[in-house]
Design a protein around this ligand. Structure first.
Ligand SMILES: [Zn+2]
Length: 228
């Protein structure tokens, strides 16, 4: 009797998170907001992905957030079958809850703990926030009409533009990447280390579209990771 009750509670929590405002993906088409107008059948899957403010989202200690109902889209290729909304990674707040699938959320946690924190060295303990300009959004690659659906449209991608420290310092890809400074070196190092944790890594100098943020996704490429 306990299990179904937990399941119902998880569903209710997920729904209220959707209507709470401020947690929607930037692109409403096919996004979380679409779910409000219809009944969402409970699949039993939400509870299994975890729904804990104390961590253990996707079974990863240190991932905080909530499992949410499947995201469907009228646009072919968009949507996420088993999404989660990540609010904190290893105690670090995301500037907006990021809608991702569990493999991508797990990769983000690996990047924070195994790439970002070591690269930051003594600044690591001072990190309070990651600035996330984009996560789930139904759109084509680089917003080009007619192009293939971006990994962002599948919940497999996240963009990171800055790391905020507790003294208010913002380490930004835009300003610090090319500097011969401690923070510049840290950004370049954590981006290099992202390769392999993610299937695709793009940043300054990759294609001209990523000069002010890192793009990380878990797309599978023939021949290994695509890192630029
Ligand atoms: Zn991106």
């Amino acid at each position: 009797m306990l299990k179904p009750l937990v399941a119902i509670l998880a569903t209710v929590t997920a729904l209220s998170a959707c209507s709470g405002g401020g947690v929607r993906a930037p692109d409403e088409r096919g996004g979380v907001g679409r779910l409000l107008g219809r009944v969402i059948p409970f699949t039993g899957d939400i509870a299994s992905r975890g729904n804990s403010s104390a961590g253990n989202l996707c079974g990863v200690a240190g991932l905080q957030g909530a499992a949410i109902a499947p995201i469907t889209s009228a646009t072919n290729g968009c949507g996420v079958a088993a999404p989660v909304q990540v609010t904190h990674v290893d105690g670090i707040k995301l500037s907006q809850p990021a809608t991702l699938d569990c493999p991508t959320a797990t990769a983000l946690h690996r990047w924070v703990t195994q790439a970002m924190r070591p690269a930051l060295g003594r600044d690591s303990a001072a990190v309070t926030e990651l600035r996330v300009p984009a996560h789930y959004v139904c759109r084509t690659r680089n917003h080009r009409p007619g192009a293939r659906i971006s990994e962002h449209g599948k919940g497999r991608a996240i963009d990171i533009s800055a790391i905020i420290l507790n003294d208010g310092t913002a380490i930004t890809v835009q300003d610090d990447w090319s500097r011969q400074s401690r923070h510049g070196r840290a950004l370049r190092q954590m981006h290099t280390k992202a390769c392999g944790i993610f299937g695709t890594t793009l940043g300054p100098g990759s294609d001209g579209m990523h000069e002010n943020h890192f793009h990380y996704d878990t797309a599978a490429h023939r021949g290994g990771s695509y890192c630029r």
